[in-house]
Design a protein around this ligand. Structure first.
Ligand code: MV4
Length: 447
């Protein structure tokens, strides 16, 4: 087992990783920017190293600075958390070269899922269902038009270097094809330095359902069931739950099997998530694979009663898994509390938290780095807390969530709490009839 893990992240996930390390008897190193010097992850770690000024590119995204912190503290592994360098193959590769265990898959596994055309080709070979689309790259308007006609409009153009919704364009008619392709290429070139595009049939009003998987270093892969993340706004998830209200055991077994095949196709090691689009006929299609621990791993932890960070560290250290799949035994839901004003176009609302009281009681979990007196810096992600409620049924879970949200006191900044309070009373949401389009028509009522 590792002796010392450097946590290459900040905020709630840095705390989350430190907690499990303590329980496992592993010592921890925090890294922090000058904006985070009063943060809890710095206080709770055994050691802490300041790695630079507030800007992410000069701190949490700086590979040389993080490797210097690894070297001076003698850490033998790095936990990247989510975001920042968690899916950066170059960082994983540098760790490999220095003999430091990157807690996650290898650089080559990250690369094979990072390029979406390659990932899709790999899935086709592994017989994982994918959305019908172009055969590889869309090389010209002429070829693209021919493909689109075959596939049938509407189609969606996606950047091969993209993911998470960046560099995507929907094309409804042949007349707008050339214009949308050019716009998408310019956007992709500017964001990723790679303007290669591919095309798919546009699946209308899909659900976003993802399967959690875990693989060990000996080729065994298991799935830990699904999370439904259909409540999103501009590709930012706001609510995640397990099980999915749309799921039945038959579909769960099929999607679980497909997710395992996806992971096995790249010899996957670590915890990961296979994202699927699910259409109104319950047909599912591979979208992408996230090669990291995700924000919403908590709902899976609650329904299968396992610490996923602990499992992640164990497989990274070379332990074997049994290969047993896990199924939800309860219902769990997470809402993201962001320092944003939902009633002012979701504008970021960083600043000083004057009072902070988190909900408590049976079935209520709050993962947060915030406290009364904490100042939310403007430089990073706006998520300040995750409220996770768990109960016997979805209905009970929503009632608990309403109760818990009513107990949440955060003063000094605006947050997404009132949005979630409104959502938990929405009839469509309560009926579980939610697709990724749901929030586009959601009427935000000023509080
Ligand atoms: C799609 C799609 C419909 N059809 N692909 C968005 C993020 C990226 N991972 C892929 N995304 C989508 N791909 C086809 N062929 C609709 C989306 C999509 C979406 C997917 C999941 C969750 C929210 C979404 C919001 C808008 C579009």
């Amino acid at each position: 087992m590792f002796k010392k893990i450097l946590v290459a992240n900040r905020g709630e996930i840095a705390l989350r990783v430190i907690r499990t390390c303590k329980e496992m008897g592993i010592s921890t190193v925090a890294i922090y920017s000058t904006a985070d010097k009063e943060s809890l992850h710095v206080r709770f770690a055994d050691e802490a190293v300041c790695i630079g000024p507030p800007s992410s590119s000069e701190s949490y995204l700086s590979i040389p600075k993080i490797m210097a912190a690894v070297e001076i503290t003698n850490a033998d592994a790095v936990h990247p958390g989510y975001g920042f360098l968690s899916e950066n193959a170059d960082f994983a590769e540098v760790c490999e070269e220095y003999g430091i265990k990157f807690i996650g898959p290898t650089a080559s596994m990250i690369r094979s899922m990072g390029d979406k055309i390659t990932a899709k080709e790999t899935m086709i070979k592994a017989k994982v269902p994918v959305v019908p689309g172009s055969d590889g790259q869309v090389k010209s308007v002429k070829e693209g038009l021919k493909d689109a006609k075959k596939i049938g409009y509407p189609v969606i153009l996606k950047a091969t270097a993209g993911g998470g919704g960046k560099g995507m364009r929907i094309v409804n008619t042949p007349e707008e094809f050339a214009e949308q392709l050019e716009k998408a290429q310019i956007e992709a070139g500017a964001s990723f330095g790679n303007d290669a595009m591919y095309m798919e049939k546009f699946v209308e009003e899909p659900r976003h359902i993802e399967i959690q998987v875990i693989g060990d270093q000996y080729g065994t892969v298991a799935h830990l069931s699904e999370r439904d993340c259909s409540v999103q706004r501009r590709h930012q998830k706001l609510v995640e739950e397990s099980p999915s209200p749309y799921m039945d055991q038959k579909l769960r077994l099929k999607m679980g099997k497909a997710a395992i095949a996806a992971a096995k196709a790249i010899n996957y090691e670590g915890v990961g998530t296979v994202e699927f689009l699910v259409d109104k006929n319950r047909k599912f299609y591979f979208m992408e694979m996230n090669t990291r621990i995700q924000v919403e791993h908590t709902v899976t932890e609650e329904v299968i009663n396992k610490d996923l960070i602990k499992e992640q560290i164990k497989v990274a250290a070379g332990e074997k898994i049994s290969g047993k799949n896990y199924f939800p035994e309860r219902h769990s839901m997470e809402v993201r509390i962001n320092a944003e004003d939902p009633y002012n176009d979701w504008r970021p609302s960083p600043g000083h938290i004057t009072s902070f009281h988190s909900p408590k009681g049976h079935g209520v979990r709050v993962d947060t780095h915030a406290f009364a007196g904490y100042t939310v810096p403007p430089y990073y992600d706006s998520m300040i807390a995750k409220l996770i409620c768990t109960a016997e049924s979805r209905e009970e879970c929503i009632k608990k969530m309403q109760r818990a949200l009513d107990e949440f006191i955060i003063e000094g900044i605006k947050t997404t709490v009132p949005f979630h309070q409104q959502l938990m009373k929405d009839e469509r949401f309560k009926a579980g009839s939610v697709t990724t389009k749901f929030l586009e028509d959601f009427d935000l009522k000023p509080q």
